[in-house]
Ligand binder design. Structure first.
Ligand code: FES
Ligand code: FES
Length: 159
């Protein structure tokens, strides 16, 4: 038990203040404090991307992000995307492109897709594949994930 720290930040559009222990990760805060279990714990070592959230619009692996750095930040999780009219077409694109099999990687994939589209609304396939290199999927072979991002960007590779 270390000294407690207090941080104020925005979580899915809502202001939050939290007293936390310095060793807590953002993933711990999301799942254990706020019960936002859509963000998945995969490896815990920065390798799989299943724990991704957006911090100030950038995809970040929450399993290695120290919660004490949250002061003044804007955090968006899969729950925030799914209830936001501006963004809910992205998870729907994953469903429509059959890019969801077991579903474990999907929240992190959707977060990464939004991060990419906020940075570049019209990414080509090379950029999509390169942007997703930190997101592991054991099931889909990635082709349908690329298709999902194309759909979310308003295109279909099937014409
Ligand atoms: S759980 Fe965070 S990168 Fe795998
Ligand atoms: S859909 Fe199963 S790990 Fe990606």
């Amino acid at each position: 038990m270390g000294d407690k720290t207090c941080v104020s930040f925005t979580l899915n559009g809502e202001p939050r203040s939290l007293e936390l222990e310095p060793r807590w990760t953002l993933l711990h805060v999301l799942r254990e404090v706020y019960n936002l279990t859509g963000t998945k714990f995969g490896c815990g070592t920065n390798d799989c991307g299943s724990c991704k959230v957006l911090i100030d619009d950038n995809p970040v692996n929450s399993c290695v992000y120290p919660a004490k750095k949250l002061e003044g930040k804007r955090v968006l999780t899969i729950e925030g995307i799914s209830s936001d009219k501006r963004y809910m077409h992205i998870p729907q694109a994953f469903v429509n492109a059959h890019a969801v099999q077991c579903g474990f990687c999907t929240p992190g994939m959707v977060i990464t897709a939004l991060g990419l589209l906020l940075e570049d609304p019209d990414p080509d396939e090379t950029k999509i594949r390169s942007y997703f290199t930190g997101n592991l999927c054991r099931c889909t072979g990635y082709v349908n994930i690329v298709e999902a991002v194309n759909l979310a960007a308003g295109r279909s590779t099937h014409g």
